[in-house]
Design a protein. Structure first.
Length: 118
């Protein structure tokens, strides 16, 4: 079982920055492909970004490309999402997820709220 714990959400003004973190204290973190997803009020969950096990490969949704950066520290078993130039439409609950062994993202954190005020 993979346990994921997000932190770092909060309230920020439009144009501001915020970093959310996701710790995976158990398991073999370096083997996981990690991703960030978000769910805005009244909408479905959408993909934000993902990062390979080594950190050498990243992929972003078009809506966040150039503003968000995903990174990981395998020694700390933590993945980060740095969010810059935030917009009100970025307001959502942000979830981290893990993919193990090439499967779909099957392990999820509890989510952290990010609110961007205009």
């Amino acid at each position: 079982q993979v346990q994921l714990v997000e932190s770092g959400g909060g309230l920020v003004q439009a144009g501001g920055s915020l970093r959310v973190s996701c710790a995976a204290p158990g398991g073999i973190f370096r083997n996981y492909v990690m991703g960030w997803f978000r769910q805005a009020p009244g909408k479905g969950r959408e993909f934000v970004a993902r990062i390979s096990w080594s950190g050498g490969s990243t992929y972003y949704a078009d809506s966040v490309k150039g503003r968000f950066t995903i990174s990981r520290d395998n020694a700390k078993k933590t993945v980060y999402l740095q969010m810059n130039s935030l917009k009100p439409e970025d307001t959502a609950v942000y979830y981290c997820a893990a993919s193990v062994g090439g499967a779909d993202f099957g392990f999820w954190g509890q989510g952290t709220q990010v609110t961007v005020s205009s």
